[in-house]
Design a protein around this ligand. Structure first.
Ligand code: FES
Length: 105
């Protein structure tokens, strides 16, 4: 498990190997902004990597295509949470992450 810190909500997510940050957030009782329901096509889940760039998994082709189409810089700091996997601690910034009503927090 790797810890992913998410601002501005200020939560810590435990993310298992091969699991995306969005899936881990959903599993922990949080919503993450999405329009395409995590199919890597809308770009709504894009998040900014503040720390831990070296711990971010390789960018898959569909993520690269969506970031390019939505004019997001391919600088490695902007990642789709619905495709982002991690191998160690990472700190992200994403507005709009909320607790699911009746969720864990
Ligand atoms: S949720 Fe649509 S691109 Fe990630």
């Amino acid at each position: 498990m790797s810890l992913v810190h998410v601002d501005p909500i200020g939560i810590e997510l435990e993310v298992a190997p091969g699991v995306t940050v969005m899936a881990a957030a959903r599993g922990a009782g949080f919503t993450w902004p999405t329009v395409c329901d995590a199919s890597a096509s809308c770009g709504t889940c894009v998040s900014v990597v503040q720390e831990g760039l070296d711990n971010c998994g390789e960018m898959p082709t569909d993520e690269r295509e969506t970031l390019t189409r939505t004019l997001v810089p391919l600088d490695g700091h902007r990642r789709l949470a619905c495709r982002l996997t991690v191998t160690g601690p990472v700190s992200l910034k994403k507005r709009g992450v909320h607790v699911v009503e009746g969720g864990n927090e």
